[in-house]
Design a protein around this ligand. Structure first.
Ligand code: 5RP
Length: 218
C-alpha cells in the first residue's frame, strides 16, 4: 500500500464522524481525500468552514458551500492532517503553511479528528521542523529568540501565508513538553502562532497502516 493510499484510508474513515451541521476542514494532501469523500455524503452535512484558500477552492469546486467561521459559531467536528503526532495526540502542523487558520478552526470545534498515515506517529515531537508563522518585520528578531530556545530557524523561501505572513521552520527541537513550548513560543512578540497543537490537541487520531486504519483516542 502506498503512503497516499494509507492517507486516503484514514481520510475516508473520518467520514463516519460527520453528523450534520457545518464541518471544519483542514489542509493538505490527506484532507484533500477527506474533501473528496465529503462529496459522497452530501446529505449528511450543510457546508464547511475551511482552514485555507486551497481547501476552500477544492470544496467550492465540488459545490460544497464554504461558510465564514464568524458566521458559523461552534463547530461539532474538525478534520485535519498532521506532520507529526505523539501518542497523547499532541501534533506538529503547518507543513502546508496553514497552521494559524487550522489552529483557529480547531479551537472553535468540539471534536478534532486528526487523519494521517502511520509514518506521522512519533514518540517525541520535533523531528519535523516546527513551523512558526511570523509578522514579516519581526522575522529576524523572532529567529534570534527561537535560536536562544535551541532551535535552528530557517525561513521558508518564497512562501507567504494566507494571512500575508512568513514561516520560519525550526529545526533541531526535541519537544519533550509540547504544552510549555507551544505557550513559550507564542509569547515571543511578532509570532502569530506556532505549529505545536498541544494546548488543544486532537481528540481522535486515525492512522492509515498496511493493515487498515488504527484509531487512537476514540
Ligand atoms: C498544513 C498541515 C497539514 O495537515 C500537514 O502538513 C499534513 O499534510 P499532508 O496531509 O499533506 O501530509 O498542517 O498546514
Amino acid at each position: 500500500m502506498t503512503q497516499d493510499e494509507m492517507k486516503a484510508a484514514a481520510a475516508l474513515e473520518a467520514l463516519r464522524f460527520v453528523d450534520g451541521g457545518l464541518i471544519g476542514v483542514g489542509t493538505g494532501s490527506t484532507v484533500n481525500h477527506f474533501i473528496d469523500g465529503l462529496d459522497t455524503i452530501r446529505q449528511r452535512f450543510d457546508g464547511a468552514v475551511s482552514s485555507s484558500e486551497a481547501s476552500s477552492e477544492r470544496l467550492r469546486a465540488l459545490g460544497i458551500e464554504v461558510v465564514d467561521l464568524n458566521e458559523a459559531g461552534e463547530l461539532a467536528l474538525y478534520v485535519d492532517g498532521a506532520d507529526e503526532a505523539d501518542p497523547r495526540l499532541n501534533l506538529i502542523k503547518g507543513g502546508g503553511g496553514a497552521l494559524t487558520r487550522e489552529k483557529i478552526v480547531a479551537a472553535a470545534s468540539r471534536t478534532f479528528v486528526c487523519i494521517a498515515d502511520h509514518s506521522k506517529l512519533v514518540d517525541v515531537l520535533g523531528g519535523f521542523p516546527l513551523p512558526v508563522e511570523v509578522i514579516p518585520m519581526a522575522r529576524a528578531y523572532v529567529a534570534g529568540r527561537l535560536g536562544a530556545l535551541g532551535g535552528k530557524p530557517v525561513l521558508r523561501e518564497g512562501f507567504v501565508t494566507d494571512n500575508g505572513n512568513q514561516i520560519l521552520d525550526v529545526h533541531g527541537l526535541r519537544i519533550s513538553d509540547p504544552v510549555a513550548l507551544e505557550g513559550e513560543i507564542n509569547q515571543i512578540t511578532g509570532v502569530v502562532t506556532n505549529g505545536i497543537f498541544a494546548l488543544r490537541p486532537a481528540d481522535v487520531l486515525l492512522l492509515g497502516t498496511e493493515n487498515g486504519v488504527e484509531t487512537i483516542g476514540d
